[in-house]
Design a binder for this molecule. Structure first.
Ligand code: PLP
Length: 447
């Protein structure tokens, strides 16, 4: 790292507080400054090239440097750089995107609502659910269930949905009324002698027991990612969703599918909900919606959610919610172009074609002496590592492997001792091999 007083690194340390970073350690280490990107690669300010094996933050579906997205943004900037969607106002890009998303939905959806981040989308979903409960004369029905290790964001309500200790500890979270049920990770959560199918059924029984204990009339909704991402890329066990969904239906509980990572091709189908035959009432979308070239997120809501909300807004005189940037025209134009390119280039077909190679290399890496499990689906996966000498310091080995990979030119994300892989959807077979070759070499450095 450059230590020159006027370097970007020194100024970063002086002025910039970073997300998900040990701030004191950062004062010592400084940042990795990324300067530009092209395809699946990014380059730091010394010209060193890295494969971005995480597509940024699970998000840059089309890779870096896609000129058509920059051009779509520039065109919209010149035409109408900003307008809002409050108080009956609208504009072309938000209408077109809403129409497109409703048409793409895997189950019938009535309306799209726009927000700016995954966290905002999930917070908005909770507010919609509460508003709806009041509209339906069920003011007691406000509790929400999500899952241990689920990730739904960092705003007050979405961080409460998130089932990870670091998102609660020292923040005085979770908020009251947000509850967590069993994480569907078979290897770590199974009981002695329990098969995967039995474990899946027990997860559903755990959910039902929580609902009954709390009072079914008090439970409004269940939030879940089809495949858990930041909690460690937890692919649900066989039969999990088939067991969970009937419980929700039995008690009239709304199902919110958080598709912020899975949406738009990650699991080899358009949505994770398609992969697992889910029937959500609300879907939250972001990240690959615009390949994250600009921040935008959306909720899709079905008629069951929309109709009471519409009625209540009529009674009160307004749906008193919205962000200055809701349906931002430039972000919406970029999202539309992103979805158009995905269709034109058949990105989904490409994911299906190369996923077997990705998963085979992932499994091979999982055979390393330090690895205890490899798991994945489509183009998302993870390898979990452990070492007896470091087992008492969770994350220590993961941190070392992550650093060794970065030194060799591969950027991944270590979630404790789990290394996540989530490359741009446009990655080629050759680049998949390059990514795993680097990962294997880096493991030799550490082992
Ligand atoms: N939901 C899921 C499944 C996510 O993975 C994330 C972010 O990684 C979020 C919600 C929050 O999105 P954002 O960081 O845009 O607020």
């Amino acid at each position: 790292m450059s230590r020159l007083p006027n370097s970007l690194e020194a100024r970063d340390i002086a002025y910039h507080l970073h997300s998900y970073t040990d701030a004191r350690k950062h004062e010592e280490t400084g940042p990795l400054v990324i300067e530009r990107g092209e395809g699946v690669h990014v380059y730091d300010n010394n010209g060193k090239r890295y494969i971005e094996g995480m597509a940024g933050l699970w998000s840059v579906a089309l890779g870096f440097g896609e000129k058509r997205l920059a051009e779509a943004a520039a065109r919209q900037m010149e035409k109408l750089p900003y307008y809002h969607t409050f108080a009956h106002k609208s504009h072309g890009p938000s209408v077109e995107l809403a129409e497109k998303l409703v048409a793409m939905a895997p189950v019938p959806m009535s309306k799209a609502y726009f927000t700016n981040s995954g966290s905002e989308a999930n917070d908005t979903a909770i507010k919609m659910i509460w508003y709806r409960a009041n509209a339906m004369g069920e003011p007691q029905r406000k509790k929400i269930i999500s899952r241990v290790k689920g990730y739904h964001g960092v705003t007050l309500a979405s961080a409460s949905l998130t089932g990870l200790p670091n998102n609660h500890r020292s923040f005085d979270l979770p908020l009251a009324g947000i509850l967590h049920t069993t994480c569907p990770h078979y290897r770590t959560m199974k009981k002695e002698g329990e098969s995967e199918a039995e474990f899946a059924k027990r997860c559903a029984r755990d959910l039902e027991a929580l609902i009954v204990e709390e009072g079914p009339e008090t439970i409004a909704a269940f939030f879940a990612e089809p495949v858990m991402g930041a909690g460690g890329v937890i692919v649900p066990p066989e039969g999990y969703w088939e067991a969970i969904q009937p419980v929700l239906k039995k008690y009239g509980i709304l199902f919110v599918a958080d598709e912020v990572i899975c949406g738009f091709g990650r699991t080899g189908e358009l949505f994770g909900s398609t992969t697992y035959h889910l029937e959500p009432d609300i879907m939250t979308l972001s990240k690959q919606l615009s390949s994250s070239y600009l921040p935008i997120s959306a909720l899709l809501v079905n008629e069951k959610v929309y109709a009471p909300l519409a009625d209540e807004s009529h009674t009160i005189g307004t749906w008193g919610h919205g962000f200055t940037g809701s349906g931002h025209p430039v972000a919406a134009a970029v999202a539309l172009e992103n979805l158009k390119i995905m269709e034109e280039r058949d990105v989904l077909g490409h994911v299906r074609e190369i996923a077997p190679r990705f998963l085979a290399r992932l499994q091979a890496l999982g055979g390393h002496a330090l690895a205890i499990e490899a798991r994945g689906i489509g183009l998302i996966g993870a390898v979990e590592f452990t070492h007896p000498s470091l087992a008492d310091t969770p994350g220590a080995l993961g941190g070392r492997i992550y650093q060794a990979m970065q030194d060799r030119g591969l950027i991944l994300r270590n979630l404790g001792d789990t290394l996540a892989f989530c490359p741009p959807l446009v990655i080629s077979e050759k680049e998949i091999d390059e990514m795993f070759d680097i990962a294997e070499a880096a493991l030799c450095d550490v082992a």
